[in-house]
Design a protein around this ligand. Structure first.
Ligand code: URP
Ligand code: ZN
Ligand code: ZN
Length: 494
């Protein structure tokens, strides 16, 4: 067979299920063939990429990304990456598909209007393929009635919050959403922190003059996350609805998730590099620099907490490892400082800092360089499972001939790059820092390929993709196990 557009030769092909030496042939944006090395002649394709023994993996899928969002997460400002700059940064870090949020504020009754507005922002601006989760802030009658139409439009997931003044839902509102989501085959992502408790703790800390960024962690101890996680699981079990608990930081919350999973409940979990590489000590960096690491839940205490989260990735408690890319310029984070700066409190005020860290470009290299996951598990949690859970599989998240889009991340041969330090100057996001500055790396994507087109060529021009090449992807239902009646009640009665 000949007439391929691209051959990727001499790679070690790693998917969630297999690791083997194959050459990959690509035609019309799709994976056409996998063949033993050397079987497909170089002359059979218009272009040949020699991976020289580097890993060839399905393109990264990052399903937790905030772009162009108003600061609904405390503080002021707007997430500083647009769809253009955020997806640009994404391909440079090996991620070919993102799912960003379409945020519904409490004042807006219609989700469809929010979706239309978010489409307009993304259209013709993206370097990656993309979709949206609805971020539901106002689950009124109108919003709930729009769920079937959202499914027709290819949206099969939403996110809700148990915290943040602008977004926090009551338990009865969460039940409304879970019931409607279950009916339509929508997966509900839940930010599980007890907002009432952490607001109370914040007030108490501030009454005592404890304003510095490090007190962000004091205001949100693990039990704040653990209680909410447990409650989220109970509400989901009551409604027999699949959930994913997002950005889990706490080993004790992870233990509750694991217990639910071993009971066979469709309870999924996500963690992020923040909870593998940052600790509470990072919130205490001098000169208010700790503000760069303020996210919720907060980075936890120690290496032992990191170890527990790595273990949860390895043993399947965590379904996905996302970035939770939520970028704010440092000057926006300094609002916390400006809002309180005085002789009495020169260290600034943590509750005025918008929450969230940038990380869309660093997620894959940080995690692979740490060398703490088997390669297939790395692919599973950074690409395949996200595609499965959010209805993108097997078009995305794997390398299946005749079926999958030709989305590939090709790494350097192991050892080729040596050891080097991550710096913000290497990155392509619109943020003036990375919280991971100085972390030691030994890998970076050498090429990123999206639907057969090279969009990142680190040694041959860097960013070579074109803005607007990224397409909206209509998503179907999750292909991971769904509702499964577990209790002595019948949800259909509701
Ligand atoms: O602190 C965080 N995680 N900020 C981003 C918003 C969110 O809750 O995901
Ligand atoms: Zn969240
Ligand atoms: Zn987030």
């Amino acid at each position: 067979m000949d007439g391929f557009d691209l051959l990727v030769i001499n790679g070690l092909v790693v998917t969630a299920s297999d690791t083997a030496n194959y050459d990959i042939a690509i035609k019309d944006g799709k994976i056409a063939l996998l063949a033993p090395p050397g079987v497909l002649g170089k002359e059979s394709a218009k272009r040949v990429i020699d991976a020289e023994g580097g890993y060839v993996m399905p393109g990264g899928v990052d399903t937790h990304v905030h772009l162009e969002e108003p600061a609904l997460f405390g503080g002021k400002g707007r997430s500083s990456d647009t769809f253009e700059t955020g997806t640009r940064s994404s391909v440079c870090g090996g991620t070919t598909t993102i799912v960003a949020f379409a945020p519904q504020a409490k004042t807006i009754p219609s989700l469809l209007a929010v979706l239309e507005d978010t489409h307009a922002r993304a259209k013709d601006n993206c370097y990656t393929d993309y979709s949206f989760h609805m971020l539901v802030g106002h689950p009124g009658e109108q919003a709930l009635s729009e769920f079937p139409r959202l499914r027709e439009l290819g949206i099969s997931s939403l996110k809700i919050y148990m915290t943040y003044e602008a977004l926090q839902l009551r338990d009865d509102q969460i039940l409304d959403i879970l019931l409607a989501s279950r009916r339509e085959g929508i997966t509900t992502m839940i930010h599980a922190e007890n907002g009432d408790v952490l607001n109370w703790m914040t007030r108490k800390l501030e009454e005592r003059g404890l304003y510095a960024p490090k007190y962000h962690a004091t205001s949100r101890p693990q039990i704040v996350e653990t209680e909410a996680t447990n409650r989220a699981i109970a509400l989901a079990e009551l409604m027999d609805a699949p959930i994913l608990v997002v950005h889990v930081s706490s080993p004790s919350a992870a233990a509750h998730l694991r217990t639910a999973q071993t009971r066979g409940l469709p309870v999924y979990a996500e963690t992020c590099p923040q909870y593998l590489f940052l600790t509470r000590a990072d919130l205490d960096r001098p000169d208010f620099e700790g503000a760069k690491c303020v996210c919720s839940p907060p980075p936890r205490e120690s290496a032992a907490d990191h170890d527990a989260i790595w273990l949860g990735l390895a043993n399947g408690t965590f379904t996905v490892l996302s970035s939770d890319h939520c970028p704010f310029m440092y000057e926006d984070r300094e609002q916390g400082k400006k809002s309180i700066l005085s002789d009495a409190f020169p260290e600034g005020r943590f509750s005025g800092i918008p929450n969230g860290c940038p990380g869309i470009e660093t997620r894959l290299a940080l995690t692979l360089s740490a060398n703490r996951l088997p390669l297939q598990k790395f692919v599973e949690v950074t690409s395949t499972n996200a595609a499965r859970l959010y209805g993108l599989y097997p078009t995305k998240g794997t390398i299946l001939p005749g079926v999958s889009d030709a989305d590939l991340t090709i790494w350097y041969p192991p050892g080729r790059l040596g050891s080097f330090k991550l710096t913000n100057s290497m990155l392509h996001h619109n943020v003036d820092y990375t919280p991971f500055e100085g972390v030691e790396l030994n890998q970076w994507p050498r090429w990123t390929i999206l639907r057969g087109q090279v969009v990142w060529d680190r040694d041959g021009g860097g960013l070579v993709g074109k803005k607007g090449y990224g397409q909206f992807v209509r998503r179907g239902k999750s292909t991971l196990p769904g509702p499964r009646k577990s209790g002595d009640w019948d949800v259909s009665v509701f």
